[in-house]
Design a protein around this ligand. Structure first.
Ligand code: COS
Length: 391
């Protein structure tokens, strides 16, 4: 049994998720990719086994099992199906603003439905003209009586059209830059809330990615999360805690591809021996395994940091997202190579894994943004070199 930092109870939950993944999720993975339909049966499975509530407080119907546990669950599921892993990760992303900055009344109103999975949630930050530069958003919200009226559009929104609750960012003061952004809960049936095009994509095909239009969309003033102007910082604090979820999805894909390639290499023979006995194949597998394990070390450390409310989370969260997603891309490309021609056809899962891996280097902040965040934090640390004089 490999070493890990999990408690006995956490291992039991991991075993349950592993069993569900092997018996119920893996058999659906190719179909979900092929049809591109949102897998409501998988949502039902996660609901039934109370997986959505793993990291939520007991007060909101959760298991209070912590962020590390959630990351492990996303990783395990994503070994077989990155779309289903994403559904779990995005439920976390989309409820974090409420959990970090919502009032008790707001939390009690919304979180139990999200923790149980009765409601699917979405996070609407990105716009057609503002992705990496989140503060450049143009969606506006103005207070009219006891309602906010939102106007604008959002793009690349995961769970668009299937979510019941959207965490939406909009400018309440368009002249105030970062400090003019506010955060709202918008329910899918709010007047003026519309879903636009659902994008056809390279991978994670069962997950919806779509446009959201806010045309004089009215929400109760009580749906403002935090104070007016708190939105940008809330968005960043959320991403510090949600990027590890994407890292976990990426690591799951990487390990899933590595495990599949290993099993294949042990049975496939060329030149009179299993290809795993050819040194060039063995070296690829050894590198894939080593990179997965290194990525896991960083990811689990970040899980513990979130659970312990550690400072400098920003840097470590960005590092975990960067490393795990780059490892996912490298490992899946190598897995396809190890399977050769079989790696390139749909009968085998590694081409799907390679397509699914790509998005993990892009969403929740491109890896270029992660590098920028990491380097900024390094400069802020103001540390000294072991060599006393530099330059
Ligand atoms: N936690 C808390 N506060 C934060 C923060 C964090 N992680 N990061 C920044 N802030 C604060 C800063 O301290 C600053 O506060 P003051 O104005 O009080 O000094 C304010 O927010 C503005 O920060 P900064 O100047 O760093 O903002 P930038 O516009 O330069 O943007 C990046 C920073 C690029 C990091 C941000 O826009 C980003 O993360 N972009 C990617 C967005 C993304 O991931 N989108 C994916 C889609 S959402 S799933």
């Amino acid at each position: 049994m490999p070493w890990d930092p999990l408690s006995e109870e956490q291992r039991e939950i991991r075993d349950l998720v592993r069993t569900l993944t092997r018996e119920r999720i893996a058999p659906r993975a190719a179909e979900i990719d092929e049809s591109g339909d949102f897998p409501w049966d998988m949502v039902e499975l996660l609901r039934e086994h109370e997986i959505f509530g793993l990291a939520f407080d007991e007060r909101h119907g959760g298991a209070n099992a912590g962020s590390l546990m959630l990351l492990v669950a996303v990783e395990e599921i994503s070994k077989a199906d990155a779309t289903v892993g994403l559904i779990l990760a995005v439920q976390e992303l989309s409820s974090l603003a409420l959990r970090l900055a919502g009032t008790e009344e707001q939390q009690d109103r919304f979180l139990p439905k999200v923790a149980s999975g009765e409601w699917i949630a979405a996070y609407a930050l990105t716009e057609p003209g503002s992705g990496s530069d989140a503060a450049a958003m143009r969606t506006e919200a103005r207070l009219e009586g006891d309602e906010y009226v939102l106007n604008g559009s959002k793009r690349f929104i995961t769970n668009a059209g299937v979510a019941h609750l959207y965490t939406v960012f909009a400018k309440t003061d368009p002249c105030a830059g970062h400090d003019g952004i506010s955060c709202f809960v918008v329910e899918a049936d709010a007047p003026g809330f519309e879903i636009g095009r659902i994008e056809p994509k390279l991978g994670i095909k069962g997950s919806t990615t779509g446009e959201v239009f806010l045309n004089d969309c009215r929400v109760p003033a009580a749906n403002l999360i935090g104070a007016e102007g708190d939105g940008f910082k809330i968005a960043m604090r959320v991403l510090d805690r949600s990027r590890p979820g994407i890292a976990a999805q990426a690591l799951g894909i990487a390990q899933g591809a590595t495990d599949y390639a290993l099993a294949y290499a042990q049975t496939r023979e060329t030149m009179g021996q299993p290809i795993v006995d050819h040194q060039m194949i063995a070296a690829k597998l050894a590198d894939m395994e080593t990179k997965c394990e290194a990525a896991r070390g960083l990811l689990y450390k970040v899980g513990v940091m979130i659970d312990e409310d550690a400072p400098d989370l920003t840097k470590y969260s960005a590092m975990a997202k960067l490393l795990c997603s780059d490892v996912a891309m490298e490992a899946t490309i190598e897995a396809v190579q190890i399977l050769g021609g079989y790696g390139y056809i749909k009968e085998y899962p590694v081409e799907r894994m390679m397509r699914d891996a790509k998005i993990t280097q892009i969403y929740e902040g491109t890896n270029e943004i992660q590098r920028l965040v990491i380097a900024r934090e390094m400069v802020r640390e103001n540390r000294s070199s072991a060599l006393t004089e530099v330059g």
